[in-house]
Design a protein around this ligand. Structure first.
Ligand SMILES: Nc1nc2c(c(=O)[nH]1)N[C@H]1C(S)=C(S)[C@@H](COP(=O)(O)OP(=O)(O)OC[C@H]3O[C@@H](n4cnc5c(N)ncnc54)[C@H](O)[C@@H]3O)O[C@H]1N2
Ligand code: MOO
Length: 418
């Protein structure tokens, strides 16, 4: 490669929707793996889970009390035994008898009703019944909650507390889940210094790699930080090749614009297919998406712009959905709300601008409805990471004018809880 010079970009600028479509079409779910119950939280189930038996597996009592024959009515009974959950004596209830029983214990044969202890008293092995229950009261019959053979969970769902409890209930200590995509992260640029080292004049500390590691993890993937690539073709190539050999995908930051040392696009063009190299987006215009064939697998590379906000906003809009798809998640989009602007907002007349904002909900007692308002997080320059702080939404402001009035209704992509 001859030495790079500064020249205008030759990449077509595509619309954000087209960029999302190209990414969606060119990333695929990674494989599956067997995991254990304790590893399951937040993972995507990769097999259908069936009940192997009934739940409960036997007729059982829902209360502490006495198992008896309902037909004996209010008569005093002889207590002939006891059953606790887990310690099951062999005893049969016949007319005129009752068995002391604890919640969860199997119902003794013969019994067809359970009376709560509160409605009885005991006197020297005699059970005095004060209030007769309804027939079959307080009994949980076999298979009440789950029947043998029933489909309990479908492949593709996200595993949380209830789902993991159900998998344990049907005795599956290990099961198939979608593997978490393993994503390498590289910062680029000779001016970028590892926090903790001494920054010389002209240098700044690497912030993007740490932001991106967190963002990758929040998208359900594993993040592996590979450090800072220098502004030399060889140095960059070595790290990129290592990342693509070992991981499912790569996210880089910096070096995608048109400067003399913006080497990322040229290198990736040689290594793979550039699907796009510029998006009609602010911040994030030079966002680059590439796939590279490695050992028969097509691996995605996301070249994010170096400015910290450009890097995080383009991650949120384009990389996050890609990682969710690779990780098997069904829902790739964030919720979108229509919100009312609290003040005038200046924006780009040429590019789709994604303004960091704080959305607040309001209750209208007259209509019993909620409505939402938004205010920006202040100056929206691409370098000002503070503009991401506290933001729970990105307002999508379309080009055409350079200002929207207070009280306008705009779309807010929710990136955090309101
Ligand atoms: N002539 C033109 N210049 C630029 C254009 C253009 O269209 N024509 N586009 C601008 C836009 S928009 C963006 S966005 C930036 C993106 O440029 P790069 O991706 O090449 O980013 P760098 O030049 O490497 O860095 C930009 C800025 O961010 C700082 N940076 C980089 N990496 C990190 C990091 N890991 N942690 C913290 N800060 C980082 C870097 O020092 C620069 O200050 O290009 C415009 N230029
Ligand atoms: O597109 Mo750049 O991210 O505005 O500064």
């Amino acid at each position: 490669m001859t030495e790079k010079t500064m020249r205008p970009s030759t990449y077509a600028i595509i619309e954000p929707e087209e960029a999302s479509k190209l990414i969606y079409e060119n990333v695929a779910q990674v494989g599956v793996e067997e995991i254990s119950l304790l590893e399951g939280n937040g993972r995507i189930l990769a097999e259908d889970i069936y009940a192997i038996g009934d739940m409960p597996p036997f007729d059982t009592t829902a209360v502490d009390g006495y198992a008896l024959l309902w037909e004996d009515g209010i008569e005093t009974r002889l207590i002939i035994g006891e059953r606790t959950a887990g310690k099951v004596s062999d005893v049969t209830v016949v007319a005129g008898t009752a068995v002391r029983i604890m919640t969860g214990a199997p119902l003794p044969s013969g019994a067809n009703s359970v009376i709560m202890v509160e409605d009885t008293s005991e006197d020297n092995k005699k059970l005095i019944v004060r209030k007769l229950p309804q027939a079959s009261d307080n009994i949980r019959p076999t298979g009440q909650d789950l029947q043998a053979g029933q489909l309990v969970l479908k492949a593709g769902i996200t595993l949380n507390a209830a789902e993991l409890g159900l998998i344990a209930t049907v005795n599956r200590p290990r099961f198939q889940a979608v593997r978490r995509p393993r994503i390498a992260i590289i910062s680029t640029g000779d001016e970028i210094v590892e926090p903790g080292e001494v920054a010389a004049y002209g240098q700044i500390y690497d912030s993007n790699r740490f932001s991106l590691v967190a963002a990758v993890r929040n998208a359900g993937a594993e993040a592996v930080s590979l450090g800072i690539a220098p502004d030399t073709r060889e140095g960059l190539k070595n790290l990129v090749e290592r990342a693509l050999a070992e991981y499912d995908g790569l996210v880089t930051s910096g070096g995608v614009s048109v400067g003399k040392l913006d080497l990322v696009k040229d290198l990736l063009e040689e290594m793979g297919t550039i699907h796009f190299g510029r998006v009609n987006l602010k911040p994030g215009k030079p966002l680059t998406f590439v796939t590279v064939e490695v050992d028969g697998k097509r691996k995605p590379v996301f070249g994010l712009p170096g400015f910290p906000v450009s890097s995080l906003v383009s991650f949120e809009l384009f990389v996050r959905p890609a990682l969710l798809k690779m990780g098997g998640f069904a829902e790739l989009s964030r919720p979108v709300l229509q919100v009312r602007t609290e003040h005038v907002i200046k924006h780009s007349p040429e590019r789709n601008e994604f303004v960091r904002a704080i959305v607040t909900s309001h209750y209208d007692p007259e209509t019993s409805n909620y409505w939402y308002s938004a205010r920006t997080t202040g100056a929206q320059t691409s370098s000002r990471l503070l503009s991401m702080l506290g933001a729970n939404a990105l307002l999508k402001l379309v080009p055409g004018s350079n200002e929207i009035a207070e009280g306008s209704i705009v779309s807010a992509i929710l990136i955090e809880q309101i």
